[in-house]
Design a protein around this ligand. Structure first.
Ligand code: 6CS
Length: 340
């Protein structure tokens, strides 16, 4: 009996040693940085990514999520992804366009549809992913997915109904150079700034307005320092998920397949999240600031902006060359295919 007891104790000791040592020896840490704060669309993406990966790998992989500011601006995140200190990062064309000019196709106005379902479908087009794969690889990045975070909404101290209403307005844009041409075409004075500097620039009246989806306007408190919300459906905020290519290439086939499966799954999930967040945050903006005035451009008002924005497509091609032309043609074809 005593022999059996000591045998069981030895077996238990061995099992618990295995439980403690094996996962510790194999545990990997994947770092994922986002360009937005806690509670944002990108945060929801990264949290779900973390949950799915950790659950599927039963703790063998730990995903650490860094929110905006913890590791710097979008440009800093890109550098860290590039040098391998990050394994995954969100990278929006609004900033990434400095490194990959062709991705500025997503910044062109009146290029994506005015219907969210069209944009969701277009961004999932495999032809688009094939072009983006090559563009990212060429710059030492891995493209994993592109998705929309909702329609861009203008906020300003002044009403905007026609392009001439932009005249003289200092308007904050993200840092990709094409955005200067886009807003200059309306007569504005475009002012590129990192995300973190927008609120104080509005507060100090260094700028008159900015553009972002509703969820971002609410969580960055831009509505507090704006008088008008203007809905033009001129563009969607597109973001991309990027990875470090060496890291991905070194993953086991099972982990690589898991990353693909999870990013595919999250493409659908994040669209539901962005729709809900944009709806809810509009309600909270209006509740917090009832004096904020709203303008929804009519289709003829939109047409005037569309006309001014049209020549910027040529500027885009001049800026981004054959790669830009190819991406834009692929995007146009995807939008046309997805439009009922
Ligand atoms: O305006 C910006 O710079 C930022 N806007 C959003 C919604 N996400 C990240 C980006 O950097």
């Amino acid at each position: 009996m005593r022999k059996l007891e000591s045998c069981c104790l030895a077996l238990l000791a061995l099992l618990s040693a295995c439980r403690e040592d094996a996962p510790r020896a194999e545990r990997q840490v994947w770092r994922f940085a986002i360009e937005e704060t806690a509670g944002s669309v990108q945060d929801a993406y990264a949290k779900r990514f973390k949950q799915r990966i950790e659950q599927a790998t039963q703790g063998a992989v730990e995903v650490l999520v860094y929110t905006y500011g913890e590791l710097g601006t979008s440009d800093h995140l890109l550098e860290q992804l590039h040098n391998g200190s990050l394994q995954f990062a969100m990278s929006s064309p609004g900033h990434l366009g400095k490194l990959i000019p062709a991705v500025q196709a997503f910044l062109l106005h009146f290029t994506l549809g005015e219907d969210e379902s069209v944009n969701r479908c277009a961004l999932a087009d495999p032809a688009l992913a094939r072009v983006l794969d090559l563009l990212y690889a060429d710059k030492g990045l891995a493209f994993l997915d592109a998705f929309t975070e909702g329609f861009m909404v203008w906020t300003s101290r002044q009403p905007i109904r026609t392009p001439s209403d932009f005249e003289g307005q200092k308007f904050r844009v993200m840092t990709s150079p094409l955005l200067l041409s886009v807003y200059a075409a309306y007569g504005a004075n475009p002012t590129p700034l990192p995300y973190a500097e927008v609120y104080s620039a509005l507060q100090l009246r260094m700028i008159d307005g900015q553009v972002n989806p509703l969820f971002a306007i609410q969580e960055m408190s831009f509505h507090e320092v704006s008088d008008w919300l203007i809905f033009a459906r001129h563009a969607s905020f597109v973001s991309t998920v990027a990875g470090n290519p060496d890291f991905l290439a070194a993953l086991s086939p099972a982990h690589r397949a898991l990353v693909s499966e999870v990013t595919r799954e999250l493409h659908v999930y994040i669209d539901e999240v962005q729709q809900r967040l944009n709806r809810e945050r509009l309600a909270s903006i209006l509740a917090a600031k009832p004096s904020l005035q709203r303008i929804e451009l009519t289709s003829s008002e939109r047409a005037a902006f569309r006309e001014k924005a049209a020549p910027v497509r040529d500027k885009f091609v001049a800026l981004s060359g054959a790669a830009g032309r190819e991406l834009l043609a692929t995007l146009d074809a995807a939008v046309a295919r997805c439009t009922p």
